[in-house]
Design a protein around this ligand. Sequence first.
Ligand SMILES: Nc1ncnc2c1ncn2[C@@H]1O[C@H](COP(=O)(O)OP(=O)(O)OP(=O)(O)O)[C@@H](O)[C@H]1O
Ligand SMILES: [Mg+2]
Length: 269
Amino acid sequence: MVIALVNHKGGVGKTTCTLNIGAGLQRMGKSVLLIDADAQANLTTSVGLGYIELPSLADVLAERVSIQQAIKSEGRDIPIVPATLELAELEISLAAQLDGRERLKRALQPIRSEFDYILIDCPPTLHLLTDNALVAADEVYIPVMAEFMPMSGLVTLTKHIDRVQRSILNPSLKLAGIVLTRFNKQKVMCQTVQQELHERFPQELLNTVIRENVAIAEAYRMGTDVFQYQAKSNGAEDFTALCDEFLLRQNATETNVKRRNGNLVKETL
Ligand SMILES: Nc1ncnc2c1ncn2[C@@H]1O[C@H](COP(=O)(O)OP(=O)(O)OP(=O)(O)O)[C@@H](O)[C@H]1O
Ligand SMILES: [Mg+2]
């Protein structure tokens, strides 16, 4: 299962969610691969790597190396395909290529079944790198910060996801979840945003919210996840609950698909 974490608004917790959902799922026994699709390379540094890890995702998208060659796994808890600043230049040159949006999907093909979850951290844009993630992904999760009114941005984003679904590039893409981040229940604004999201996206909005928590921010700065940094923090508690809910939803989807397939078999008999 390939999952893209997308929001063209900056600083909403995309990278933090990718890192800690990845770490949480791995603690629950799932095999996880992280992919840093942002030239800022925040995910790369948040797992303790440097800015110039080569080969990187840019080499993969330029088809200079295979994705297997770009996975950093030695001595690491979670394997990662790192980003470098070169991704920014590559984005411009790939835009001129006919298959520019399909490079990541093609690169992932040989390793899709090797991991339970491949999580892609996207940049704060809806340009080519995010499109590569949306074309490669089975599901999209949108981290949303609870502090600002996020609706207008979400409308733009869901329209964009809609366009990808209606194109031939990825008709089976599913908007699977919206996660409220940096939540502070004392703030009226947070409750208002939660209520609005619940009304507008009743299926997609996850019950679990990620609270504003200093351990989450410190872990990220120190190049590690919140579980390793402070296992007994609100952050570790929230990301554990989020991963539990995520896996429950995954199981429900699988059961529905099986049920549908079962009915299909009955109908055709
Ligand atoms: N729940 C949280 N509690 C406290 N700080 C948080 C939380 N979530 C994220 N942060 C902090 O907020 C900042 C932005 O988070 P993050 O980098 O994950 O956002 P982003 O959406 O990936 O940003 P960008 O759009 O630039 O890629 C970081 O400094 C991070 O440590
Ligand atoms: Mg980020």
